[in-house]
Design a protein around this ligand. Structure first.
Ligand code: SF4
Length: 397
């Protein structure tokens, strides 16, 4: 079928939207991509038209023809009868991994290396950060599916802090991410948006809860789940983090969450996540099909390989979960109670993976192995909760 397109290029060099302050988890100030290309394969890269045109302009003449091959147009229905609007262009991936055609064999981005940050599609500049904006205030949230985000969370045992940046970072990668931010900052109780001041207080108290260093992580989560579940429209100001008198309902919820998923599904998800695993050699973990059996028999494995390490893992687990509660919206404008339950569920999946990894490798779960479990849980969680058409690419394979 032939499609005729009426191309109206968007204005170039639009001025960046200003931000008076930018908040982000403090360790993310030191985020740098590892240049190993983990997120540059496993999908067909979607470009917006302006990204495509910018890249086209930056490429030398000899490479432009190749850019125009292997493109799928993603069209959306327009308002008028029969009208189709171009949503994005997908560049066919290369090889079995559907890798980006600009990925160099070493894993670095050849467009970035040869033409600089300005030539890259916005998506490639922004990931793993997602930006949220309220007027001139911006928040950048870094997605722990990226192994370097988890590395930054693991760089200290101190309670996680939020950094507030006044004005520009002076780092083009960060400043461009801020400039690209347009999604609205927000959280909901039911259908009703929570005022930003109340949302800030809820998040600050949630973060503070993880700074009680001697308290087991599950008890902090029990206190938070108790507090979030009591949230009602109009009572946001009464939010306080206090442990429930009877923790048993929470313990049952956590146990059910750990047990919730089929071992084969969990194991298949780790295999897809493999390209993000750099902290350990993933070969022995995925070899010989031992992982599904270990995921099935997770209870004794949890007792043997994870429980004795709980104190050693607590700072990392606390910083990861605090990072998640700093922006408890798993989606842009998430329901707060659902988001809290979602984070508990995510933690539960990380425990199941940690137990199974320990059993498969026959070793106690140290921080390195737990980082792989966190990333695997983050990756799995995405494929579980969202409809396929809104899945991030790395979960849609
Ligand atoms: S997942 Fe993170 S570290 Fe890996 S290539 Fe992507 S941005 Fe870089």
């Amino acid at each position: 079928m032939k499609v005729s397109l009426h191309v109206v290029p968007p204005p170039r060099d639009a001025p960046a939207l200003p931000a008076s302050t930018v908040r982000l988890s403090e360790p993310m100030l030191r985020f740098r991509c590892n240049q190993k290309g983990c997120c540059c394969s496993g999908w067909d890269i979607p470009f917006r038209l302006e990204d495509f045109l910018r890249l086209h302009d930056n490429l030398p003449d000899g490479e432009r023809a190749a850019l125009r091959r292997g493109i799928q147009l993603v069209l959306e229905k327009g308002d008028r009868e029969g009208e189709q609007i171009l949503h994005s262009l997908k560049l066919d991936g290369v090889g079995e991994d559907r890798a980006c055609r600009f990925l160099s064999p070493e894993g670095a981005c050849s467009v970035h290396a040869r033409h600089g940050l300005d030539a890259l599609p916005d998506l490639c500049v922004d990931f793993p950060a997602f930006g949220y904006r309220q007027g001139e205030r911006v928040e950048l949230w870094f997605d722990p599916v990226c192994p370097e985000v988890i590395e930054r969370l693991d760089e200290s045992a101190a309670p996680l802090r939020i950094h507030e940046q006044a004005g520009a970072f002076g780092d083009p990668g960060f400043d461009l991410r801020v400039a690209h931010t347009s999604d609205k900052l927000g959280g909901r109780i039911g259908d009703r948006a929570v005022e930003v001041a109340a949302l800030d207080r809820i998040r600050a108290l949630s973060l503070e809860a993880f700074s009680v260093s001697e308290r087991p992580v599950w008890r902090t989560l029990a206190a938070l789940a108790h507090a979030y579940r009591r949230l009602r429209i109009g009572n946001e100001a009464a939010f306080e983090v206090v442990e429930p008198e009877d923790p048993q309902p929470f313990v049952r919820f956590l146990g059910d969450s750990i047990a919730a998923h089929g071992p084969d599904l969990l194991a298949a998800s780790v295999a897809r996540y493999r390209r993000f695993i750099h902290a350990i050699d993933a070969g022995p973990l995925l070899a010989a099909d031992r992982l599904p059996a270990a995921l099935r028999e997770w209870q004794p494995a949890l007792e043997r390989w994870v429980a004795p390490e709980e104190d050693a893992l607590r700072p990392l687990a606390s910083r990861w979960l605090a990072h998640r509660f700093a922006i408890p919206m798993l989606k842009g404008r998430g329901e707060l109670r659902e988001s809290c339950d979602g984070i508990v569920h995510l933690y539960a999946v990380s425990l199941r993976y940690a137990a199974a990894f320990g059993e498969t490798l026959q070793r106690p779960v140290d921080r390195t192995l737990y980082k792989v479990a966190i990333g695997s849980a983050e990756f799995f969680y995405r494929s579980l909760n969202l409809p396929r058409d809104v899945l991030p690419w790395f979960a849609a394979g």
